[in-house]
Structure formats: C-alpha cells, structure tokens
Design a binder for this molecule. Sequence first.
Ligand SMILES: O=P(O)(O)OC[C@H]1O[C@H](O[C@H]2O[C@H](CO)[C@@H](O)[C@H](O)[C@H]2O)[C@H](O)[C@@H](O)[C@@H]1O
Length: 257
Amino acid sequence: MTDPGQMLLALDFDGTLAPIVEDPESAYIHPTSLAALRRLGPVLGAIVIITGRPVDQVRRLGRFEEGPGLEHLVVFGQYGAERWDAATGQVRRPTRPQGVSDLAECLPAWLEEHGASRIRVEDKGLAIALHTRGVAPGLLDELRPQIEALAEEVGLHVEPGRQVMELRASGSDKGQALRHAIEPTQPHVVMYAGDDLGDLPAFEEGLALRADGVDVTLVCSASAEQDALVPLADVVLDGPDAVATWLSELADSLVPV
Ligand SMILES: O=P(O)(O)OC[C@H]1O[C@H](O[C@H]2O[C@H](CO)[C@@H](O)[C@H](O)[C@H]2O)[C@H](O)[C@@H](O)[C@@H]1O
C-alpha cells in the first residue's frame, strides 16, 4: 500500500464538504467529514481545500481551527486567488479588482432595471456572486446574456455554478490551484472531490497529472442540479453525506487505531 505521507487529498467546500443550503453564511462543514479530516490530517502528506469561497469564510464554516488534526491544512480561496496556510498563519489576499468595485456600484440599479431585485448579492471582495436559490430559480439562465454583457463592461468574467453566477477577474482557477497544491510535496497519490462546474479545471488537471504517472482519483459529489463532473469521475457519490462516509472509510483504512 502507498505510504499515506505520499498522498494529497484536495476537496471542494460547498456541495462536497458542506451541504447546499439557502443561506451561504450557514453552509457549515458536515460534522462526519470534519471528524474524518481531523483523523487524516496527521497522516496524509497534505490536505487542501480548493474553493470559490473567500478563505476567511471557509475557515469559519469549516471549523478547522476549533480542534486538533488540521494544523497543516492549506485553503485556496476564490478559485486560487487567495491562500491560507494553517501552519504559518500566512494569508495571501490580493487587492479588490477595480472591475469588482465598479460592479458593486452599478449593480443595484442594474438589478432593478432588469426586474431582478430578488437576486441575492454576495460580495466576496474579489468577486460578486448573484444567487437565486430559494428566491428566483431559473432567473440567472434567463438573464445570462445580459449578465455576460455586464461582466464584459466592467472587465470581469462569469463563473457559473449551482443557482449562482459569480462575476470575477480572470487569472486563477481550481486547476491552477491544484497544480500549486502539489508543488511542495510532489505526491504519488492525488484525490480530488468536487461537485460543480468550477471544479472542472481541477478534474482536467487531475487527468493531466494521471497522464504524467500520478495515481489520481477523481470523486464527484453528485446532485440532481449538476452532472458535468460525472463522465470524468472515477467515483460518484450521492452528495455531501456520501462524501462524509467516503472520508470516514478513508480514515479507517489509513489511520492506525
Ligand atoms: O467552490 P465551492 O466551495 O463549491 O464554492 C462555490 C460557491 O458556493 C457557494 O454557493 C453555493 O452554496 C450555497 C450554500 O450552500 C448555496 O446557497 C448556493 O446556491 C451554491 O451555489 C458560495 O455562496 C459561493 O460564494 C461559492 O463561490
């Protein structure tokens, strides 16, 4: 069996470690996943979270610092633009792009003008997310051409997700984040789990690593909402509950009792 010290476990947050809920502020990590990660932390070569969330938010919702085991966790936030290293406490947080400030200024009037004031706005500093869960399902798809035009006007691009569209600067994605994550340890085994379109670049990076001889397992946290990762996945699990069971079984198999 491969030495667990040669393994890297990379995980998306929303829809994979945390169940999808209406309010993004209360999407806490699944307790069983957290318990499994605390057991795996001391034995695996590396555990990284690669998320669209800001690092500060995912640190709070992930409860990683409320107990032992994850002292070496690294979180790549905002699709890799931000990075937090638990071991050093260092945070890389770029300044807010001008386009995001411009967007924040014109967005309330734009939403009003497009009959879309029900859309919930999440300002993430480096990006602005437009959410319709629970308020206006389908509205983002209807307005997609107009949202793309707005993004272009302020020099941003659209990152679509599960009942969300984020307007953010180009220059980072989860594939690049995964590449950066493996650099320090050059693991022989890489496991990546995700659920949404934003995870596709990481899956593609996983396939490239596999072609280079790395033992890669791609895990899809499946939902009725998004199936884009299914054809590329080695393992398809039924959402965050099943991911929690998978992580517990991984811990049972790798961590000495
Ligand atoms: O890369 P991720 O960790 O998956 O983050 C992607 C976005 O997830 C969040 O939105 C999603 O989860 C919400 C809470 O469950 C849900 O209400 C929403 O419909 C989902 O799209 C988050 O709010 C975004 O900022 C993240 O970028």
